[in-house]
Design a protein around this ligand. Structure first.
Ligand SMILES: [Mg+2]
Length: 273
């Protein structure tokens, strides 16, 4: 009989209520899938798990101009077809140089951007960077018998992880989809979703909810017909999300009961733009 180490399946074992020990037979795997219906909460990072908004614009242009040599353009983030680090970088570079940036140049830009973030966030405590209660909420969801978590961000992977580290949010085992995986947010969410299914050894989640703060999150969830819980760390964000018809908007994660209630009840937005 073929035996695998259980390490990568502990989360699934625990959530399925199975006590299979350190070594499990692959014949156990179908039990994981059918034991209990599971739900998935997929989180954005910027403005949702970490308070990073005030630095994003300056650091992003610093990295693009320093490594790729592009000239800073006045722009609104919402004007880009794909509001992701890879999507915006590709669009700006093509506009200014008439071609795609090389993979090496993109990798160097990502590394430099992450270093800028690490330098910037070093001056702040975990509490100042984290959206209040975010780390604890992720731990509670991961320990919950019916919820699993993933992260899908429009940022590149290195800077995404630098921000989570600065916020004191554990991310080593996260199912993460990011701008390295795709330029479209719909595809990044699909990647995070697939990685969560693989980690949990789950065929289909009973419910999948996205948690985000951007108008592009509303658009993406409308396209995917995916329920959305809005996070508004600033009053103007709440106004914007309410105006876009987001069914549930929270200030932060400190009221765990309110978060779980929102995750259960949120509906998919209609893109009215
Ligand atoms: Mg965001």
């Amino acid at each position: 009989m073929h035996l695998d180490r259980c390490d990568s399946y502990h989360a699934a074992c625990r959530k399925a209520g199975l006590h299979c020990g350190h070594i499990v037979s692959t014949s156990c795997f179908p039990l994981f899938r059918s034991a209990r219906p599971m739900k998935l909460a997929i989180f954005d990072i910027d403005g949702t798990l970490v308070r990073s908004g005030s630095h994003e614009d300056g650091l992003f242009w610093h990295a693009l101009s320093e490594i790729l040599g592009v000239v800073k353009e006045p722009f609104d983030w919402t004007e880009f077809e794909h509001v992701t680090d890879s999507g915006i970088t590709g669009e700006v570079f093509r506009r200014q140089f008439g071609r795609k940036p090389s993979l090496d140049a993109l990798a160097a830009t990502e590394r430099f951007f992450a270093e800028l973030w690490r330098d910037t966030l070093r001056a702040f405590s975990h509490e100042e960077v984290e959206v209040p209660g975010a780390g604890l909420l992720l731990e509670k969801l991961d320990a919950h018998p019916q919820w699993q978590t993933a992260v899908a961000t429009g940022g590149w992977g290195l800077s995404a992880r630098a921000k989570l580290t600065a916020a004191g949010i554990a991310h080593e085992a996260l199912s993460l989809g990011c701008a390295n995986d795709a330029i479209a947010r719909e595809e990044i969410i699909a990647v995070a979703h697939d990685r969560a299914r693989s980690v949990g050894n789950i065929n289909e989640f009973e419910r999948v909810v996205y948690v985000g703060d951007g108008s592009w999150d509303v658009k993406t969830c409308a396209n995917l017909k995916m329920p959305l819980v809005g996070i508004a760390v600033a009053p103007e964000t709440r106004d914007r999300l309410n105006a876009l018809g987001v069914s549930h908007v929270l200030d932060d994660y400190r009221d765990t009961d309110a978060v779980f209630a929102a995750l259960e009840a949120a509906t998919a937005p209609h893109d009215s733009r």
